[in-house]
Design a protein around this ligand. Structure first.
Ligand SMILES: NC(=O)c1ccc[n+]([C@@H]2O[C@H](COP(=O)([O-])OP(=O)(O)OC[C@H]3O[C@@H](n4cnc5c(N)ncnc54)[C@H](OP(=O)(O)O)[C@@H]3O)[C@@H](O)[C@H]2O)c1
Length: 290
């Protein structure tokens, strides 16, 4: 068991995560774990993949629950001794029509999309084996330019996020500052954008080069992390308004998960739905921006 290669996809029971499962089951040379916060939904998705001739494994994983993260990490460690691919796909987004106060939306969105993803990284990164690949599913709204509140405060925030010496702690502090501003009602004056989802994804995109710098300094060879925009996809999150299929949305996240050994790029990068690298700081965003 310990010599088998292992891939893990979060939030894999539906939507783009399910599309990524199909792609990895077809192309990854090892075991693929479908993880989901709800066991019933996860096992139903596993059964769907079985019908397609794939044999993924299932394990419960709620990234918003530290005990669930710890249990999963322990299980992977004890069963396989390491991990080769992690796709951080799980996320939430409030609908435009949501009536919860902006501050509450910020608390929950940043907690799950940024801090819970980071908590899973903290638990699983020690298990990564040489040549491991980490794929963060960010978004077109995770582009730095989406920090677009009042100037010059927005420019000052963008400068902090894009600093090549930004630390994980500082990035977390910025996320917490956004949440506080959202609760205080002065986020726009302080430079922040007006979407809690976008700000959470900016944080995830900013975390990516920070994590790559740590990987570059790691004794394990060739650890690579990137983030991507999967495209505007027909899923529950978009109320099925996105034009792309989940298979099309799975292209970029799966490409990052399956990057071959010893590549020189992309590393710590932000890539578009068609896998082209995008300058996260200066853009431009390809096509119509989504
Ligand atoms: N769809 C798009 O157009 C689009 C565009 C840009 C980026 N994205 C990103 O792509 C990724 C997938 O989005 P999607 O459109 O496929 O969304 P979706 O259909 O809403 O699926 C989200 C998945 O994440 C899971 N999830 C949510 N909270 C979780 C938690 N605490 N622990 C574990 N799993 C959790 C959900 O589980 P449940 O089924 O239990 O709720 C579900 O499996 C997200 O990161 C999203 O931000 C999507």
């Amino acid at each position: 068991m310990a010599s088998q290669r292992v891939a893990v996809v979060t939030g894999a029971n539906k939507g783009i995560g399910f599309g990524i499962m199909k792609e990895l089951c077809a192309k990854f040379d090892g075991i693929v774990y479908l993880t989901a916060r709800d066991e019933g939904r996860g096992k139903a998705a596993q059964a769907e993949l079985n019908k397609l001739g794939f044999s993924p494994k299932f394990h419960p994983l709620d990234i918003d629950n530290q005990a669930s993260i710890d249990k999963f990490a322990e299980y992977i460690k004890n069963t396989y001794g390491g991990l080769d691919v992690l796709v951080n796909n799980a996320a939430i987004a409030y609908k435009n029509a949501a009536t919860e106060p902006f501050g509450e939306q910020a608390v929950n969105t940043v907690r799950i999309n940024y801090f819970a993803t980071l908590a899973l990284c903290h638990a699983l990164f020690p298990l990564l084996r040489p040549h491991a690949r980490v794929s963060h599913v960010s978004s077109c709204v995770g582009f730095l330019g989406k920090v677009n509140g009042d100037e010059p405060q927005a420019a000052a925030l963008r400068e902090k996020f894009s600093s090549s010496s930004l630390t994980e702690e500082e990035c977390g502090n910025l996320m917490n500052q956004f949440v506080k501003a959202a609760q205080d009602g002065n986020w726009k004056e302080l430079g922040w954008g007006s979407s809690t989802y976008a700000m959470s994804k900016v944080g995830l995109s900013a975390l990516t080069p920070i994590q790559q710098r740590a990987f570059d300094a790691d004794t394990r060879a060739d650890l690579v992390v990137n983030s991507c925009h999967p495209g505007y996809v027909d899923t529950d999150m978009t109320s099925h308004k996105g034009p792309l299929t989940i298979e099309e949305g799975a292209v970029a996240p799966s490409y990052l998960a399956l990057l071959p050994p010893n590549i020189s790029e992309p590393k710590g990068a932000y890539i578009w739905k068609d896998t082209t690298p995008v300058d996260w700081v200066n853009g431009p965003l390809p096509g119509n921006g989504y």
